[in-house]
Design a protein around this ligand. Structure first.
Ligand SMILES: [Fe+2]
Length: 368
């Protein structure tokens, strides 16, 4: 088994991502796993090619090796709530409930699921100012930069695995930031985009690093229901503050002990690097070192966006050009990621996604 660092394309400055060659993912020995784990934490995103035959069971077992005591899906049963914005995007494989099917189009039969309709998330359902219908086929956005995490009750999964089963190949799309910077990026249709939250931290001024190391982030209770009426900025990096979040009285019952307060910086367990790791849409409050609580949503979002925006610059984005049989595993405590693209109903795409709520909270900046 060999690890090959990604060669960034011309104009790109990405310093993460690696391909692992020669792995037998159906039979991962302990020493193989040590190599894979080290590669994951050193490169943030690892890619295995030609894994068409990998079973959902083996995908689950491989994903679980990163946190062997855990067995339940990263969002638990919270997706059952029909009002969650995540609800329409995922279908559960009946014989392997930690593995979800996502994609686009009509699928007669897949892993025990019959006659399902998958819908690729389109930014027009989430962004405040979507791309016009005329421009929509050739242009796209970052749908929603995020960490895979329930952010209420459950701990953020350590890793997520994502397998490309069926990939329609079309012309490229232009990904537009539409934030008055003129930033844009060419991406393959349906690319999954990643940025390194270690890079985002490294780009901060010394003063901001100090702030990030000492500030805690409080997430909204039932965040994906709470934010269901709100709309996103055009760069997909957080929400517009139009007072459209649901009031507490409209949410399911809240158990205060389940509200998540997490450090703003999460430490890499192998390299010791710090990631500026915040889910920009789910954040509700910031708790500063001296105990001050910033609870004005607009201010909270403004601060988080100012810290995170440099990290999603076009030259820092790794946009995977998926091929059928690819399986990517990413360090969910060290990257942000997002869907991009849009598909016609007849463009059938099938992916399998797996993650598990972690057995412990992410490591804070002072963890040993
Ligand atoms: Fe995700």
């Amino acid at each position: 088994m060999t690890v090959h660092k990604l060669q960034p394309p011309t104009g790109s400055a990405i310093d993460f991502g690696a391909e692992i060659r020669g792995a037998d993912l159906e039979n991962v020995s302990e020493s193989d796993f040590e190599t894979i784990r080290k590669a994951l934490y050193e490169n943030s995103v690892i890619l295995f090619k030609n894994q068409q035959s990998l079973s959902p069971r083996a995908q689950y077992e491989l994903t679980r090796m990163f946190d062997p005591s855990m067995q339940s899906y990263g969002h638990g049963k919270t997706l059952d709530a029909k009002r969650s914005i995540l609800h329409p995007d995922l279908k559960t494989i009946p014989h392997q409930p930690q593995v979800q099917v996502i994609g686009n189009g009509q699928v007669d039969s897949f892993e025990g699921l019959k006659d399902i309709t998958l819908k690729h998330p389109h930014h027009k359902t989430f962004h405040k100012h979507p791309i016009s219908t005329e421009d929509d086929r050739d242009n796209t956005r970052f749908y929603r930069w995020h960490i895979d995490a329930a952010l209420y009750d459950l701990e953020p999964p350590r890793v997520t695995s994502l397998m490309a089963v069926k990939v329609p190949k079309t012309e490229l799309q232009t990904l537009r930031y539409d934030d008055n910077t003129g930033d844009k990026l060419q991406v393959s249709r349906g690319s999954t985009a990643f940025v390194s939250s270690y890079k985002t931290y490294d780009l901060l001024s010394e003063e901001d690093k100090q702030f990030a190391r000492t500030t805690k982030v409080q997430y909204a209770p039932h965040p994906y229901i709470w934010m269901s009426g709100a709309r996103s900025l055009s760069d997909g990096l957080g929400l517009v503050s139009d007072d459209l979040e649901l009031p507490t009285s409209s949410l399911p019952p809240i158990d205060d002990s389940k509200i998540k307060v997490l450090p703003m910086c999460w430490k890499n367990p192998v390299t010791g690097q710090l990631a500026l790791q915040v889910h920009p849409s789910a954040v509700q409050k910031l708790i500063l070192a001296d105990g001050t609580v910033i609870d004005d949503l607009k201010e909270v979002r403004g601060i988080v966006h100012r810290l995170q925006r440099p990290g999603i610059a076009p030259e820092l984005v790794y946009a995977i050009d998926w091929e059928e049989g690819d399986i990517a595993i990413f360090n969910n405590h060290g990257v942000l990621h997002t869907v991009t693209g849009s598909f016609l109903p007849e463009e059938v795409r099938i992916f399998r996604q797996c993650n598990m709520a972690a057995s412990a909270p992410p490591m804070g900046p002072d963890a040993e």
